[in-house]
Write a protein that binds this ligand. Structure first.
Ligand code: SF4
Length: 289
């Protein structure tokens, strides 16, 4: 059976005219004019249509590194305890002694304007950064400034500081030869121990300070300094007299001089610790043949 033939063109025109006439008689004067779309260009191919807007997860952009006290590279805050391998600084950095001194000054200025710890900022007269030469054989690290230190802007200048001076002298050293710093650079109210968040806030400064000072040996004074520097919760009575390590620097832990002011009989323990320290430093032990 054959396909029906399409109607002739004249029939189409006639049907269209009849349809328009019926529309006109119904009162319809105009018909919408549909503009014919232009044919797509042959070349180049049309750009793909934009994708429909749908909810997408936020683009993950890495956070910028935490602002450092100076323009120094980021510092890894971990320390090696019990002779674990030291963790190197994030970026190799070779500075001359003069550059390190300059950087240390910049760091101290930055610390001066630090407002990270509300309570300490409200309580301090000034920040107490640290004192001593760069590249010393020995650096003492204490807890935080007390009233006298807060007044003078120098660590260990009160009664505990006088005792530390005597310990340093007993070791055959001069105070000017050693570097002295604290875990926290601002005085806590009523000389309380710095809170963990305060020590954590100040850690960045301490790490950078030690990176610039480059002591050959460190001696921590008391539980707060020892536990914070070494990031451990082991008690000072267990740690004192033992060798630890901070970024490859040998650390001798001992008791805080202010403890010795209350418990003078513990001076012997500290002296034992100092003898170990001097021995490893290759220095003579005064009073010992
Ligand atoms: S203790 Fe350290 S971190 Fe806290 S306000 Fe003082 S300088 Fe800043």
């Amino acid at each position: 059976m054959s396909e029906p033939l399409p109607p002739e063109q004249p029939d189409l025109a006639r049907q269209a005219r009849q349809h328009l006439a019926s529309l006109k008689s119904a009162g319809i004067e105009f018909l919408p004019f549909a503009k014919q779309a232009a044919p797509p260009p042959a070349t180049p191919p049309a750009a793909p249509a934009p994708a429909p807007r749908v909810a997408t997860p936020p683009v993950s952009v890495p956070a910028p590194p935490k602002p450092a006290p100076t323009s120094e590279p980021a510092v890894i805050a971990a320390t090696a305890l019990f002779n674990e391998p030291a963790i190197a600084a994030a970026t190799e950095e070779v500075l001359s002694p003069d550059q390190r001194r300059q950087e240390l000054t910049v760091l101290a200025e930055r610390v001066k304007s630090c407002t990270r710890c509300d309570e300490l900022v409200a309580n301090r007269s000034r920040t107490v950064f640290g004192v001593g030469p760069i590249s010393p054989d020995l650096c003492f690290i204490g807890e935080a400034p007390g009233m006298d230190e807060d007044r003078k802007g120098e660590p260990f200048v009160g009664a505990a500081g006088q005792l530390l001076n005597r310990i340093i002298a007993a070791c055959g050293l001069k105070r000017e030869e050693v570097y002295i710093a604290n875990i926290c650079k601002c005085r806590p109210p009523q000389n309380r121990t710095p809170l963990p968040p305060e020590a954590a806030n100040c850690r960045e400064y301490l790490d950078r300070q030690l990176e610039l000072v480059k002591p050959k040996f460190i001696c921590t004074l008391g539980a707060c300094a020892t536990q914070n520097l070494l990031q451990t919760r082991i008690g000072i009575m267990k740690l004192r007299g033992s060798w630890q390590e901070y970024r490859g620097i040998p650390v001798m832990c001992t008791l805080h001089p202010s403890y010795l002011l209350h418990v003078p009989e513990a001076k012997k323990d500290v002296w034992d610790d100092m003898k170990k320290l001097l021995q490893r430093m290759g220095r003579p032990i005064p009073g010992q043949k």
